[in-house]
Design a protein around this ligand. Structure first.
Ligand code: UGA
Length: 448
């Protein structure tokens, strides 16, 4: 089938490339000339495992092209996916201006029936808004509308697209269902879930909110483990063995970040407010996550025995999670900023996110950046793991011992085995590890 994808951000680019990979003829449209030029050459402007390889393959197979010209792109397409950004508006609601402006342009340039599908995360009711807009601008064309929210995760987006748990399709007429069925015929039928448009739109928000709730829950239970001495790793494993709960998204950490959960959870709250529905649970999740990074800073300062003025820490990880260069709402970045304002010298390392972080943290003279993990650790007073890059697990402890006198690791992602770290001669503080009840430390805690 001939498909147009509008927007070459994470969702648009991965979807476009993967649609081409399953055999469709795809045109990706973006307003940025620079992006189109980079992508046309087979280069990818973001770090996303496998994406570059698949892009280069579909370019060679002549299955994909990139353009700034929306009019030409939609002329012959069977389906047009809108995958532009829906940033957070000032009141927390999703800003639909890019989505509506894409719809407006489609209406202006169309002269025969078109199926328009939203892939962007949009509030419930957006499908109807788009339909109205299209009709108003171009009443002569029959526009079909559908919703097909995306569930891919940054860092494993290509794999998620090619191996989906489910494909949600919201549509309200047989023609749209037929076209979308054809677009997704590569996948097992039982993976495809048809529903109406408004439900599809809300499924996306409900999924992200549920996952965010799961994380906030396990983070709070980890706090309880810290006080009681219970073992968070065992607890979370046993919890996940219950098939009604499931093992995934039960890793405690410095709080959820990224471009989706923090934004979508506020947006669903806004949708609820507009519909005069109270989502008190979701409000609590936001509260629970909001100041979690400060708790992490407290943990780091306690590990430094509160003598933190001009102390140096090696901060390993800056991206909001592993396998991405994305630092949007990254807890690691918030922690770096907070420590820097408390006169801690931060030697920061990441495998992919240094360039993005340099810009974000440019105002802090006491944050230095290192591409080499051992240089970031040299002569530090404390090592902190802030992002769960797998390669940190392979760190050579004997080499660390040669580079620094520091024998303490604060692991905000629980990537290490406790015994392994201790056997290597390091004190190990992790999320859920029992906190000292020392009265001196407790009284100092009040001062932070
Ligand atoms: C999330 C969803 O998982 C995707 O299904 C969805 O398509 C995407 O948002 C979106 O709406 O576009 P993503 O933001 O890429 O994907 O990242 P996740 O892997 O979900 O992680 C989100 C945050 O939760 C990260 O900060 C991560 O470190 C944290 N997390 C995740 C935990 O703290 N513990 C866990 O057990 C899992």
């Amino acid at each position: 089938m001939k498909i147009t994808v509008i927007g070459t951000g994470y969702v648009g680019l991965v979807s476009g490339v993967c649609f081409a990979n399953i055999g469709h003829k795809v045109v990706c449209v973006d307003k940025s000339f620079e992006k189109i030029s980079i992508l046309s050459k087979g280069e990818v402007p973001i770090y996303e495992p496998d994406l570059k390889e698949v892009l280069q393959k579909v370019l060679r197979d002549d299955k994909i092209s990139f353009t700034n010209n929306l009019k030409d792109a939609i002329a012959e397409s069977d389906a047009i996916f809108i995958a532009v950004g829906t940033p957070q508006g000032e009141d927390g609601s999703a800003d639909l201006s890019y989505v509506l402006s894409a719809a407006k342009e489609i209406a202006e340039f169309s002269n025969c029936q078109k199926l328009i599908i939203t892939k962007s995360t949009v509030p419930a009711g957006t499908g109807s808004k788009i339909k109205e807009l299209l009709k108003k601008i171009n009443p002569n064309v029959n526009f079909l509308i559908a919703s097909n929210p995306e569930f891919l995760r940054e860092g494993c987006a290509v794999n998620d697209f090619m191996n989906p748990d489910r494909i949600v399709i919201g549509c309200e007429d047989e023609e749209s269902k037929k076209i979308l069925g054809k677009i997704y015929e590569y996948f097992d039928l039982e993976r495809i879930f048809y529903t109406d448009i408004i439900t599809a739109e809300l499924i996306k928000y409900a999924s992200n909110s549920f996952l965010a709730t799961k994380i906030a829950f396990i983070n709070e239970i980890a706090d309880l483990c810290e006080s009681t001495g219970a073992n968070i790793k065992h607890l979370s494993k046993a919890l996940g063995k219950d098939s009604r709960i499931g093992e995934k998204f039960l890793n405690p950490g410095p709080g959820f970040g990224g471009s989706c959960f923090p934004k979508d959870i506020l947006s669903i709250l806004n949708i609820a407010k507009e519909n005069k529905v109270e989502l008190s649970l979701i409000s609590s999740v936001i509260n629970s996550n909001q100041n979690r990074y400060q708790k992490m800073v407290g943990k780091i300062l306690r590990a430094l025995d509160f003598k933190h003025n001009n102390k140096t820490i090696g901060l390993l990880g800056l991206s909001f999670k592993a396998n991405t260069d994305d630092i949007r709402y990254s807890p690691a970045i918030k922690i770096a900023k907070e420590l820097a304002t408390k006169n801690v010298v931060v030697k920061a390392h990441d495998f992919e996110a240094i360039e993005n972080s340099k810009y974000e943290l440019k105002d802090f003279d006491n944050i230095k950046f290192y591409h080499d993990v051992y240089q970031a650790i040299e002569n530090v007073d404390l090592i902190v793991i802030a992002t769960e890059w797998n390669k940190y697990i392979e760190i050579d402890f004997s080499r660390i011992k040669q580079l620094t006198k520091c024998r303490k690791i604060v692991d905000l992602r629980n990537i290490f085995d406790e015994k392994y770290v201790k056997d290597n001669g390091f004190e190990y503080v992790f999320i859920g590890s029992k906190e000292s009840k020392d009265s001196n430390i407790q009284s100092n805690l009040q001062k932070v």
